[in-house]
Design a protein around this ligand. Structure first.
Ligand SMILES: Cc1cc2nc3c(=O)[nH]c(=O)nc-3n(C[C@H](O)[C@H](O)[C@H](O)COP(=O)(O)OP(=O)(O)OC[C@H]3O[C@@H](n4cnc5c(N)ncnc54)[C@H](O)[C@@H]3O)c2cc1C
Length: 609
């Protein structure tokens, strides 16, 4: 069972990505160039990632007091990835990129996520560098971003602190100007940072020459006080090792120290760190000469107080990436359990012949309940993959479409980003649970890969905005913003699908129209004369209903491109029907508590637990 036919189908038969070559930016591309990128990534993932997925789980990162040690396989995989050019795939030709559409880049990266999500495919590094390309100065782009795209340096995002996770307004890392001439550093206004950053992925390792931390910190006011709230947050480049204006290491280490590695449930191939900034472990001089003192050197990106706005540039990309990672773990579990179900003999059919205990056992794929669990996994994972690629296509539209089309894509992405992150995080995790169930007791052992997929996937509802935070973002902001225009646009896209379905899908089309009407009514009812605390008390059930409605729409649309009798298309239509019959009806219960603003949860007193 291979992922490639599914990716090809979605990219070409459904999304028609080859048509992007009509745009000036992609004029040199064609189906052949897209295929070549996918071929390369599929091969590297097969050779350098998949064989080591268990190794990176069991051979966790270790700190020897000086360096973090990772398996050689991780070094080899990351080197092969950087050499493939994928870190700069979407960038302009003149800085060494391929001007590849983001849709194809996202599809190509899916192979790595499925082969070994925690070895990783540079998502943090490209996200970090992309942010600098959007908000950095020319020299910051040249010195930091370009060296991330070419694989010399890697990147992190340092938002969270021990006391500030979901609530970033409580960030307490301080940044103070470094000397009287702090404004004059060519790399950007120079500050000294002091504080602790928790949960930082890829925060310490020897995979690259340098690590470029993008750090949120607050600049104290004239009285030395930190400005409360998100408005006080600024963004800084804090390299692990200091560099000169040409991007060469000066030989001086910055004052960023590893306080410890976190020992995770899954996703163990990536280091996760508590970093101390500016505690004095590595005193550093301000200009590479003079007296060395404590405080991590950081260069301001953009304007003071606009740090979170800049960081959101990276977080939106990261959220599509997280959704894709969750999706590919779902796919990996689906393929593993499908293979197992085709080979495991157990039980007999519920027919007269099956009553004979001397008859042979059947393979478990012949049981209806096993097929139910396979179809559930397929509908969650392939539906989520289609949505992720649809969103990636919107990113291309935002960057290369006409002004009106680009603006429409931007608004659609605003509404769909919480879904593309959270639907796979919840339901492809459920898919992994079903993959374990199909394996029976064997699935609960480490002799089969499915338990690792579940552990790896369990992260995705937590990082990049927890499930609860995504839900509040959707109901509290995204469906309301710009007079609800994003929601209206999404509804129009769904109506367009409903209008074009073939006769055999009319019942599902009516069902989707009804679901859409229910979501719209619940959105209004939730906010009708309500305080935010009441409206948002059931934001997660709203997110679940919204996500299921979106995936139903995606499946209905995909099914229109899957009309032939080829087995793969029969499978796609079965998954679509499964989703409409077994999944979409769930939204009624979810939306009921939203519309009635049910306060069962909100009202229960703490001492009643
Ligand atoms: C493996 C891993 C990798 C990570 N990588 C990075 C990284 O590279 N960079 C980085 O900056 N961070 C990273 N994080 C941090 C991650 O983004 C945070 O864990 C996340 O934002 C949640 O913060 P927290 O853990 O402090 O939980 P909390 O914010 O304390 O949340 C605990 C629970 O309370 C809920 N909650 C919180 N506030 C509210 C509210 N107002 N209303 C309702 N419910 C609420 C949450 O939904 C959650 O269920 C990583 C985390 C992990 C586990």
């Amino acid at each position: 069972m291979s992922l490639r036919p599914t990716v090809d189908f979605l990219l070409h038969d459904w999304l028609n990505v080859a048509s992007l070559q009509q745009r000036e930016r992609f004029a040199d591309h064609s189906r052949e160039t897209f295929d070549a990128v996918l071929d390369t990534c599929e091969r590297i993932a097969r050779e350098k990632y998949a064989p080591f997925n268990r190794l990176v789980d069991t051979d966790e990162p270790k700190f020897d007091g000086e360096k973090v040690i990772l398996p050689q396989a991780t070094h080899d995989a990351c080197k092969a990835y950087a050499e493939s050019g994928m870190l700069s795939a979407a960038q302009d030709y003149d800085i060494g990129g391929m001007q590849l559409p983001y849709t194809v880049e996202a599809a190509a990266n899916a192979f790595f996520a499925m082969a070994s999500v925690s070895i990783g495919s540079g998502m943090l590094t490209t996200g970090n560098a992309n942010l600098l390309m959007a908000h950095g100065s020319d020299l910051q782009k040249k010195v930091f971003a370009l060296n991330e795209f070419n694989g010399r340096f890697s990147g992190t995002m340092c938002l969270s602190e021990p006391q500030a996770g979901s609530s970033l307004s409580d960030v307490a890392t301080r940044a103070v100007p470094d000397g009287a001439d702090f404004q004059n550093d060519p790399l950007g206004p120079r500050y000294r940072l002091r504080g602790n950053k928790m949960w930082i992925s890829a925060g310490e390792h020897e995979l690259t020459e340098n690590i470029i931390h993008l750090v949120l910190a607050k600049i104290p006011d004239a009285n030395g006080q930190l400005v409360p709230g998100v408005k006080g947050i600024s963004l800084f480049i804090v390299p692990k090792k200091l560099v000169d204006m040409k991007g060469q290491l000066t030989g001086e280490r910055n004052d960023v120290a590893l306080a410890g590695l976190n020992h995770k449930c899954g996703w163990r191939g990536t280091t996760n760190t508590l970093l101390n900034f500016g505690e004095g472990k590595y005193p550093v001089s301000s200009t590479g000469s003079g007296r060395a003192v404590s405080g991590a050197i950081g260069y301001l990106v953009g304007q003071p107080g606009e740090g979170l706005k800049c960081m959101f540039h990276m977080m939106n990309e990261a959220r599509i990436g997280v959704g894709m990672a969750a999706t590919m773990l779902g796919m990996a579990g689906y393929y593993a359990s499908l293979d197992y179900a085709k080979n495991r003999p157990q039980g007999r059919p519920m027919t007269a012949a099956g009553k004979n205990p001397a008859s042979s056992q059947v393979r478990i794929i012949e049981h209806a309940d096993i097929k139910r669990m396979l179809l559930a996994q397929k509908s969650y994972s392939e539906g989520a993959l289609a949505l992720a690629l649809y969103c990636a296509r919107l990113v291309d539209e935002q960057h290369t479409g006409t002004p009106d089309a680009a603006d429409e894509a931007r608004l659609l992405l605003e509404v769909l980003t919480p879904i593309v992150k959270s639907f796979p995080s919840e339901w492809c995790l459920e898919a992994n649970s079903l993959a374990i169930q199909i394996h029976g007791g064997y699935g609960y052992t480490r002799d089969f890969p499915v338990e690792q997929y579940w552990r790896d996937n369990r992260l995705n509802m937590i990082h990049e905005g927890t499930h609860g935070i995504q839900a509040m973002d959707l109901l509290g902001r995204k469906v309301l913003m710009e007079n609800g225009q994003g929601l209206k646009l999404l509804a129009a896209r769904m109506q367009a699908t409903i209008a074009k379905v073939s006769p055999e899908w009319q019942a599902e089309a009516r069902q989707l129209a009804d679901a859409l009407q229910q979501v719209g009514a619940a959105t209004q009812a939730a906010w009708q004369g309500a305080e935010p605390a009441q409206a948002l008390a059931n934001a997660v059930p709203y997110l679940q209903a919204f996500g299921h409605t979106v995936i139903a729409w995606i499946w209905l649309d995909v099914a229109q491109s899957a009309a032939s009798d080829a087995p793969a298309n029969v499978g796609r239509r079965a998954a679509a029907r499964y989703f409409f019959r077994y999944e979409l009806p769930k939204i009624g219960a979810w939306l009921q508590v939203v519309s009635s603003r049910d306060s069962t949860c909100a009202d229960v007193p703490e001492d009643a637990f």
